[in-house]
Every structure is written in C-alpha cells, then in structure tokens.
Design a protein around this ligand. Structure first.
Ligand code: HDE
Length: 706
C-alpha cells in the first residue's frame, strides 16, 4: 500500500501537564482520549486498514460514493467549527486551584470560602473583546478575565474584565456598543481594535462611556502578560452569610508578580511578529512550572452604607476607590495546568455571571441583570442546544440531577419513569433542599422592592465625568503621556472630523482640560472650551496607577543574552546561572543558531526580536561583540530595547555594540562594565530590570529611531 503514515509516537508529558491535582482533573480524565497504542477506527468502531487512499474504480478511476470511511471523515471535518463567541472570541485558558486565606464565614456562607485548607479547582479564560478568534493578542482592548470555580456546591463563575468599570450602564445598550466597536459592516475592518469611526461615533455620543474609554486609552489596555494583569468583577454583588445578613461586595484579582504593561510601539509590533504573544507567555510559564498566581480581593460595603458614596454602587461605570473601601485579600488562585485540548476546553467552556452558589447573590445593577439573560442564550446557539452543561469542561463536580430532559446532544441516560416533581413513582426524587446553611438549598436574597414599572435611568447614574477625572488625576506622568498619545492615535484614524471634535470638546474637555488640549493639538483642532460638567468626589486614587503596582524583582522576566560566535562562553554560563537563580528566564539570542563556545543559542535575533524581552544583556568577548556591532539586526535589537525603556547591560566588549548602535554613552538604566563577568554590573542590571521600565530615560529615548 502506498504512502502509509507512521503510527503517532507518544510525546513525553511536559512539566506543567504532568500534574493532575484536582477534582476537576479527575472528572476530565474520564473524557480524555489518548491515542497511544490505539488502532485507528471509524466512529462506529471499525478498524481502518488504509487512511491514505479513497475507494475508487481502478487506480486512476473515479471515487466511489460507497466509501463510508472517507464520507464519515470528510463529513465530520466539514462541521469542525462552531460559531465563535460574539465578543471575547480570542481567548487562552488554564486550569488551576483556589484556596481561601481564612474562613469568610462572617460575610458569606459560600462553602469554598469557609476552609483555608480546602482547594477548589478553577478554569480561567482570558480574552480580548473586539477581535475574532484568530486576531492578535496585543491589540489595544479590554481583556476578559473569566474564572469558573468548580465548588462542592456547584459552579461559581466570576466573569470579569481587566478593568473595573464598563462602557455602558444598561444592558439594553450592549448590542449598540458591540456593533459600534466591532469591525465595520461594509468591509470588516479593523481587526482587533477600536481606532475607527463607528466606535468613536458611538462613544462620543454616549458620555457614560467616558470613564471606561479612558481606561482603554490607558496602559491597562495593553498588558505585558496575562500573568500580570489585574481582574475585576465590575458589578456590585452580594455576600450573604448563614444568618441571612447581606453585604455588598466587589471582586478583584491581583497578580502576585505585580502589574505591567507594554508600550504602544511594542504592542503594535508584537501583533505582527507574534500574534500569540500573551497566549504563548501563559502557556510557557505554566509548562516551566512558573505558575501564575492571583490573589482574590473583596471590597465589602455594609448595606447601611449603600448611599454614602458620591456615586451609585449599582452603576457599573463607577469603581469604589480603594482609599475609601480597602481591598481585603481573601485567597489565592494558582494556574498550574495547561489544557489538553484547546477546542474541548477553552473553546467550549461556557461562563455565565448567573452561575452563583449559596452565599453569593446579585445586585440590581442593570448591566448585570441583562447579562443574567444573555449568557445561557448565547451558548444555545454557540454550543448547539441547552445541554452545554454536560460538556466535560462545563460540568460541575457536584451532582446535577434534576427533571430537565432531552434536547440536542444529551449525554446523560436518565433511568426511571418520573421526570417531574412532585412524583410518587420515584419516591419524590430528586427533592428540594432546605435553604439552611447545613442543607445548602439556594435561596435568593430577600430584597424589598416597591416601585413603579418604568423605563428610566436613575438620577444617581447621571455623573459621567467625576471618575474619569479621578482616574486621569491618579496617573503618573508617563501614564498621562501614553493616554494622550492613545487618544491622538485612535482619533487620528477616525475619518470624520466632526466625530474627533465631539470626543475632544464634549467628552474630554468635561473631565480634564489639559488632556483635551493635548489631544486637540495632535488632531489639529482649536483649543477646546472648558467643560461644564461638575466634578465631585475623590480627586485621586493612587492605587489606580500601574506604576504603584510594580513588585520589584525579576522573577519570570524574560532576559535576552545577546551574543555571537566569539562571545565569552564562561560569561554566558555565569549570566544564565545568576539570572535563573533570581527566577528569571534568560535566553541566549544570536544571529544564527550556531553554537557559541559550545552553548546552543535559544533563538535567533530574527526569531525573537527585543520586543519579546523585558531586558537585554550584551555579552562580552571581542570577536562576538565585533560580529554584533557589524550586524544591523543586532544594533536594532539594542536600539529598540533602549527605545522601549528596558534595562540594558553591556559587559566587556559588549559595550561596542551599544556604541555601534549610536546609543548615548550615558543613559539611565544602562549598566556598562569592563569585565565580562562583572558582578557589580549584573547587580545594577537586575535592580533596574526589576522596576520593569526606566521611565527616567523617556526623554532620551524619544530621539532614538527604532
Ligand atoms: Fe459579556 N458576554 N456581556 N461582559 N463577557 C459574553 O458570552 C454580554 C459584560 C465577559 O471567556 C458572551 O459566552 C452582555 C461585562 C467575558 O468565555 C455574551 C453584556 C463584562 C466574556 C456576553 C455583557 C463582560 C463575555 C459572548 C451587557 C465584565 C468571555 C460569548 C449586559 C464584567 C467569557 C459568551 C469567556 C462573553 C454578553 C457585558 C465580561 C454574548 C449582554 C460588563 C469575560 O453572552
């Protein structure tokens, strides 16, 4: 038989995947299909003798319809795709565990928050919002941060974003907002971004979007990695304890490594050079055993304090400044296992803000209320019917027995006559459970509601600019500069002058005159008049600045060791060891993959340009440095790192490479030493790299081309 393929060989289990440490993993085990040692068969179980040739009438004759093997294979292939998510289509996910720090009994009866010794399995999906499944990771966009806790009492989904507020206040506006931000109808452009007419047309007409649009123009919209990104539940929820006492709660996720962002130039270049930049970073970190960790934080507000703020707790365009209500860290989530199969897990996972457990309840936030409808509805068309809860990744680890029956893709085989309640034929089973804490039946919080049925926005939702001002005022100077540049960039892409002017004069001018003026200059617009909006409440919240989220140290940072044949091999080994000792990931980067003093480079300069690293060391050794100094690519590598305010060290002859790139002889965050193995230079470098960026170099970097 011609063209027989080899039987696939089994691949060794990589680091992060070997772990099978949670109840969900055991649950998934039942559905894992492993090809090792298996014969190739049809879906009906028939062994296949030839997977290379279709059945035909003679070696050169027509194919035969009779070929049930080919028909089955092609038919299945024809239906391999399902609709992608209408928003948040591009995502990456990981398994992990959550552990509470202490019992939260005083505030909530939720079982998974009672016992600090208990581990709750989780599945977390991060996403962008605007682009399709195949779009780039590093676009300017909000990121989804959706966590499914598989608790003993059922699934709890915290379906949040990486920004604590949202664009609109009422669910009825969501389709309008999404239509405006998505690629435009006539030409399906742009992919993955908001720099286009329809988005800015909408948001310039909808002042309630001002605060969130400002967040998306900030560095929060271009995170350095998913591992260092904050998350927020956004809406106000409720915690309810066993005595039935309720309090308002806002949820936060805080990455243990701190939070960092890309620069816009990096983000744009990465979108082309590695559209999977975030996905790869997450995957590789977990495979390496550098498990991403996030602390769960809560802001708790007594019901009696509901009206003590300058804003409405039910308004999803507002955050509670941490300085008013501190964030209490109540547990930690560790992502410790990559998925086995992207489609089965990441694509089919179905989150829903309405998946809650006893001890957690909703508020009347009108955006949240609308979401409670949307998420089941969308899964019915995306996952092909109402049985999506039976897909392994969505199945609770608790039992889920009820009288719902049939429908597309039913997996369960229900035994017995009675599929109704009450019944006597099955002794009344399955039965309701009392809401008492030890019984665990879900009971909605009994909130008193007495009002007129009415379509109206509460007056308490009317202030759209105070918190935009609060956010802007809380930014450091570099963050403010980036925000102004982002508005200029985005509005610069808008083709209709009246839309640009409206955003500047009617939105920006209402919360910050300086920002409005700066953006106006960039757009060639006359200076805007001062806005008329009255600004109230806190003026600044230092916790909002990303620069206050830096955690020193270089743990998991990616550091390029730039070298070439002739570079100092002993120095390379010493650097690799020292950086690994600090928990960083050093990578040897060279013009080609030819070994340097017996050490194999990890990648070429072309394969992993400097935008993929957090910091760069140019290795010593005269011959290697000479090669690098003569290489345009190597010079570009260090120029870009300089431009992007990264820590740089040049050891021994390595400094000739900086000189060849015409970098200034003296600059902040550039450590230079005579000796190829200078411990002093390395120490200075590590300290600078631990700060993530050298902001004080910004002015010098401006004139450097890259
Ligand atoms: Fe979503 N959203 N959303 N959303 N959302 C979806 O559900 C929707 C909103 C968020 O990784 C969809 O399964 C409405 C706020 C995340 O799978 C859909 C409204 C926040 C994800 C949907 C909102 C989010 C989604 C699309 C206004 C932050 C991805 C596919 C009332 C708190 C979850 C799907 C994942 C996904 C509807 C507003 C976060 C269509 C109607 C606010 C992280 O159901």
């Amino acid at each position: 038989m011609a063209g027989k393929a080899n039987t696939p060989k089994s691949t060794p289990q990589a680091n992060g995947r070997a772990k099978s440490n949670d109840a969900k993993s055991n649950d998934l085990e039942r559905n894992r299909v492993r090809p090792q040692g298996e014969a190739l068969r049809t879906n009906q179980g028939v062994k296949i003798a030839d997977n290379q040739n279709s059945l035909r009438a003679g070696p050169r004759g027509p194919s035969l319809l009779e070929d049930f093997i080919m028909r089955e294979k092609i038919t299945h292939f024809d239906h391999e795709r399902i609709p992608e998510r209408i928003v948040h289509a591009r995502g990456s996910a990981a398994h992990g565990v959550f552990k509470a720090y202490e019992s939260m009994r005083e505030y909530t009866k939720a079982a998974f928050l009672q016992d600090p010794a208990a581990e709750t399995p989780v599945y977390v999906r991060f996403s962008t919002v605007q682009g399709p499944r195949g779009s780039a990771d590093t676009v300017r966009d909000v990121r989804g941060f959706a966590v499914k806790f598989y608790t003993q009492e059922g699934n709890f989904d915290l379906v949040g974003n990486n920004m604590p507020v949202f664009f609109i206040q009422d669910a009825i506006k969501f389709p309008d907002f999404v239509h405006a931000v998505k690629p435009e109808a006539p030409n399906e452009m742009p992919t993955g971004g908001s720099a286009h007419d329809t988005f800015w047309d909408f948001v310039s007409l909808v002042p309630e979007s001002a605060h969130m649009v400002l967040w998306t123009m900030s560095d929060r919209a271009i995170p350095r990695s998913l591992r260092t990104m904050e998350g927020f539940g956004i809406h106000t929820f409720r915690f309810v304890n066993a005595k039935g006492k309720a309090r308002f709660v806002k949820f936060h996720w805080r990455p243990v490594l701190g939070s960092y962002s890309l620069l816009w130039d990096e983000a744009q270049k990465l979108a082309g050079k590695d559209p999977d930049f975030h996905r790869r970073d997450l995957w590789e970190a977990i495979e390496r055993g550098d498990y991403p960790e996030y602390e769960l934080g809560v802001q708790i507000v007594e019901e009696a304090d509901e009206h003590k703020f300058d804003f409405d707790l039910l308004d999803p365009t507002k955050l509670i400044p941490e300085e008013l209500v501190p964030v209490k860290l109540i547990g930690k989530m560790t992502l410790n296992r990559n998925p086995d199969n992207f489609f089965a897990e990441t694509e089919q996972v179905a989150f829903h803000p309405g998946h809650i457990v006893p001890g957690i309840d909703f508020s009347n936030d009108p955006l949240l209320q609308g979401r409670l409808f949307s998420y089941t509805d969308t899964q019915i068309s995306r996952l092909g019917g109402p049985n999506f809860h039976e897909i392994p990744i969505n199945r609770p680890i608790s039992p889920f027995v009820n009288n719902q029956r049939d429908a597309m893709h039913r997996q369960a085989i229900h035994v017995g006559q009675a599929s109704y309640e009450p019944n006597s034929l099955n002794d009344g089973w399955p039965k309701e459970t009392a809401p008492a804490a030890e019984e665990g039946g879900f009971e909605s919080y009994q909130e008193r509601v007495e009002s007129t049925k009415i379509r109206v926005r509460s007056e308490s939702f009317a202030d759209h600019f105070s918190q935009a001002a609060l956010f802007y005022n809380s930014m450091s100077e570099p963050e403010k500069d980036h925000i102004a540049a982002a508005y200029q960039f985005e509005l610069g892409k808008v083709t209709k002058p009246e839309i640009r002017a409206r955003q500047v004069n009617e939105i920006l001018a209402n919360f910050d005159a300086d920002l409005a003026a700066k953006v106006a200059v960039g757009l060639g617009l006359p200076a805007p008049k001062k806005g008329t909006a009255k600004l109230v409440g806190a003026k600044t919240s230092p916790a909002l600045s990303l620069l206050n989220r830096v955690k020193p140290g270089i743990k998991t940072r990616k550091i390029a060791l730039l070298a070439a044949p002739g570079s100092d091999g002993a120095a390379i080994k010493q650097l690799q060891q020292a950086l690994k000792g600090e928990g960083a990931t050093p990578m040897l980067i060279a013009p080609t993959l030819a070994a340097i003093d017996g050490i194999a480079p990890d990648a070429t300069i072309a394969g992993l340009p400097s935008i993929m690293f957090d910091a760069v060391i140019v290795v010593g050794g005269a011959a290697g440095a000479k090669t690098l100094a003569q290489s345009g690519d190597a010079r570009h590598f260090v120029l870009e790192a300089f431009k992007h305010l990264k820590a740089i060290a040049a050891l021994g002859a390595g400094r000739d490479v900086l000189a060849a790139a015409q970098l200034p002889a003296q600059a902040d965050g550039v450590a230079i030493g005579e000796d190829s193995q200078s411990a002093e230079v390395l120490k200075a470098f590590i300290e600078t790299a631990g700060q993530h960026r050298v902001w004080s170099r910004a002015a010098q970097a401006e004139s450097v081309p890259a």
